[in-house]
Design a binder for this molecule. Structure first.
Ligand code: SF4
Ligand code: SF4
Length: 437
C-alpha cells in the first residue's frame, strides 16, 4: 500500500513503525473472511482492511480521531485472526495499538464511556479492588434492573457464587517434586487471581509435578495488558512486572516466566517490542519476553507425565485467540490433552473469537453477546462434556447455565496426572457422571 507520510511525521518512531506496517498491506482482503466483526456486521469498515484504511487516512492527514474511526476501531476485538490469515505479514496488532493510542490522545469520548473505561482501568488490574467490586456486585445483583446499562453488564459477568479463596499474596516458592529440572516464575494474573485461583493452584501442582520449582511474586499484580488494551496506561504495570522478574532472575535464576492466561502471555511476550526505545529497560524487557511461555509450551517441552487418572471425557478445546493467533500456539494444548487421555474435539469455526477479548464484553456487549451465542452453537454441535480453554477471559465469557462446564487446560492436565478433580466438574457431576465412573 502506498503511503504519504511526510519526513516530519516519520521522524516520530511510532509513526514510522505504523507507516512500515501500512506499506505491507496489499489490499487483498483475505483477512476480511476471518474477521469476526466483519462476519457479524458485514461492513467493510468493521473488517481489518477497512480499519487499516481508516487508520491510514487518520494518521497520514494528522487528523484527530473522529466518531467514525473510534466506532470501528472500538469494535475491533484485537483477536488477531486477521494476522493469522494475512499472506503479507501485516502487523495489525501494533498498528491498531498505535491507532488506539492516537484515539486516546486526540478524541474526547462521551462522559459515560470515559467513566466506564476509567472504572475498568482502576478496578480490574487491582486484585484487592476487583475482589471488593465483585462482592459489591453480588450484593446489588437483586437491584440491577434499576442500574445503568454498563453497571448491569458488569454485574451480569460477576460470578454469582462466593469467590474462591485466593493464593497467598506474599512471595511464595513451591519446590519441585523430585529432581528440580527448571526454576520458573508463574504470573498468577490480576483478574484470574480473584475469579480463578483454582487455575493457579492447578498450574503450580502441574509444574511442580513436572520438576519445576515455582515462584510467585508478591510485587507482580498485573502485566499491564488490561490498561494497555484500554489505551489508558499500563506501561507502569508492565515496567513493575519487568523489574520484579528481572530481580528474581538475577538473584535466584529463572528458566522461564510461565503465563497461564494467554491474553497476558501476548503482552508479556511483547515487552521487548513495547520498550524497545527505552534504553534503560529495553534489554531487560527483551530478556523477560524471551523467557515468557504459555504453560502448555513448558509442559510440552518437559514431556507430560504418564496420566494416573484416565478421565474419559469429551473435551471441546476452545482455542483462545490470544493463544492461537497472538502466540501461534495451536497444536500443543490439543496434543497434551489427548496424551492425558481425553477425547479432544476441536470446535468448528474455531478461529472466530468468543467475544471476550479483555473487557470487550463489557464495552461492546451486543457484538460480544452475538459472538458468544455463535460460539456456543458450535460448541454444542460437538456435544462435549466439558470445554477447555487457556484464558480466563474466554472461560468467563463462555460459562453460563446454557453452556457445558468450562475449565482451564491446566486443570485437566493436573487432574489427569494426579491432581484433584476440577471443582467445576464436581459441582456439575451429573453432566459428566457417566464418564467419571
Ligand atoms: S483483530 Fe480480529 S476483530 Fe480486529 S480486525 Fe483483526 S480479525 Fe477483525
Ligand atoms: S490480508 Fe493482509 S495484505 Fe490482505 S488486506 Fe488484509 S491486512 Fe492487507
Amino acid at each position: 500500500m502506498q503511503t504519504h507520510f511526510t519526513p516530519a511525521q516519520l521522524a516520530d518512531p511510532a509513526t514510522a513503525t505504523a507507516a512500515d506496517i501500512l506499506r505491507k498491506c496489499v489490499h487483498c482482503g483475505f483477512c476480511t473472511n476471518t474477521c469476526p466483526t466483519y462476519a457479524l456486521l458485514g461492513d467493510e469498515r468493521d473488517s481489518p482492511r477497512g480499519r487499516i484504511y481508516l487508520i491510514k487516512d487518520m494518521l497520514e492527514n494528522d487528523r484527530p480521531a473522529d466518531a467514525t474511526v473510534v466506532r470501528h476501531v472500538d469494535r475491533c476485538l484485537s483477536c488477531l485472526s486477521c494476522m493469522t490469515t494475512c499472506p503479507s505479514g501485516v502487523d495489525y496488532m501494533h498498528l491498531v495499538d498505535h491507532a488506539r493510542a492516537h484515539i486516546a490522545r486526540t478524541y474526547r469520548r462521551p462522559w459515560k464511556d470515559r467513566w466506564l473505561r476509567r472504572l475498568l482501568s482502576i478496578v480490574l488490574p487491582s486484585p484487592g479492588r476487583f475482589r471488593l467490586a465483585l462482592s459489591a456486585a453480588r450484593a446489588v445483583r437483586p437491584f440491577q434492573g434499576v442500574l445503568p446499562g454498563p453497571m448491569r453488564r458488569m454485574i451480569a459477568l460477576a460470578p454469582s457464587a462466593k469467590l474462591p479463596r485466593a493464593l497467598p499474596c506474599a512471595r511464595a516458592v513451591y519446590p519441585a517434586v523430585g529432581n528440580r529440572r527448571r526454576r520458573v516464575a508463574l504470573l498468577t494474573g490480576c483478574v484470574q487471581s480473584v475469579v480463578g485461583p483454582e487455575v493457579n493452584a492447578a498450574s503450580i501442582r502441574l509444574l511442580t509435578r513436572h520438576g519445576c520449582e515455582v515462584v510467585t511474586l508478591s510485587d507482580v499484580k498485573c502485566c499491564g495488558a488490561l490498561r494497555l488494551h484500554l489505551a489508558d496506561g499500563g506501561l507502569d504495570q508492565a515496567r513493575a512486572t519487568i523489574a520484579a522478574l528481572t530481580r528474581e532472575a538475577r538473584e535466584a535464576g529463572l528458566d522461564a516466566v510461565v503465563v497461564n492466561t494467554s491474553g497476558c502471555g501476548v503482552v508479556v511476550k511483547d515487552y521487548g517490542h513495547l520498550f524497545r526505545d527505552e534504553t534503560d529497560l529495553a534489554s531487560d524487557a527483551a530478556a523477560i519476553s524471551a523467557l515468557a511461555c504459555d504453560i502448555t509450551e513448558i509442559i510440552a517441552d518437559l514431556g507430560l507425565a504418564p496420566p494416573v487418572n484416565q478421565p474419559a471425557l469429551r473435551v471441546a478445546y476452545h482455542s483462545a485467540c490470544s493463544l492461537q493467533h497472538g502466540q501461534k500456539i495451536r497444536s500443543a494444548p490439543v496434543k497434551l490433552l489427548r496424551d492425558a487421555g481425553f477425547e479432544v474435539l476441536e470446535v468448528p469455526e474455531g478461529h472466530l473469537c468468543c467475544g471476550s477479548a479483555g473487557v470487550y464484553n463489557i464495552l461492546q456487549p451486543e457484538i460480544a453477546g452475538a459472538l458468544r451465542a455463535r460460539k456456543l452453537v458450535k460448541i454444542q454441535s460437538i456435544r462435549p462434556d466439558v470445554v477447555a480453554a487457556g484464558n480466563i477471559g474466554c472461560m468467563m465469557q463462555i460459562r453460563g447455565s446454557d453452556a457445558p462446564p468450562v475449565v482451564h487446560t491446566a486443570e485437566l492436565l493436573d487432574w489427569a496426572t494426579g491432581g484433584p478433580t476440577p471443582g467445576l466438574l464436581l459441582t456439575t457431576v451429573n453432566t459428566v457422571k457417566p464418564f467419571l465412573a
